[in-house]
Design a protein around this ligand. Structure first.
Ligand SMILES: [Zn+2]
Ligand SMILES: [Zn+2]
Length: 125
């Protein structure tokens, strides 16, 4: 029987085999869209059941070289919505709010985009 670590390694090999034809899953500018950026790595996040604290699945977002660099740059903060898969980069020196120090990735259960969609939906009904 495979233990968890071997499982992880195995999943990673499978995932990387599929990486060749993937493009970046994070937000880029309209002039330079994500589909122009080949993925070179994955950003992984365990998505769990909040009540039990158990991990249900691992989210794997293909990311490009630029995004890998931005993720290790403390000037950039990434917001990622688990509901609609929209992402948003925040440039720390220009951020309106004060964020704690360090490299930050925020995993949101709902983002302004989701709320807007909900609003529209409610108005139409
Ligand atoms: Zn990217
Ligand atoms: Zn969203």
């Amino acid at each position: 029987m495979l233990n968890n670590l071997e499982d992880d390694v195995f999943n990673k090999i499978i995932a990387f085999a599929h990486l060749t034809d993937r493009t970046c899953g994070l937000k880029h500018s309209k002039e330079d869209p994500s589909k122009e950026h080949p993925a070179i790595d994955y950003l992984c996040q365990n998505v769990g059941n909040k009540l039990t604290g158990e991990y249900v699945e691992q989210l794997q977002i293909p990311i490009c070289k630029e995004c890998v660099e931005a993720l290790s740059d403390e000037d950039w903060i990434l917001m990622y919505c688990l509901k609609c898969n929209n992402s948003q980069w925040i440039y720390r020196p220009k951020a309106k709010k004060n964020y704690p120090e360090g490299n930050l990735v925020y995993w949101l259960n709902e983002c302004p985009h989701c709320i807007k969609v909900n609003d529209t939906y409610n108005k139409e009904n």
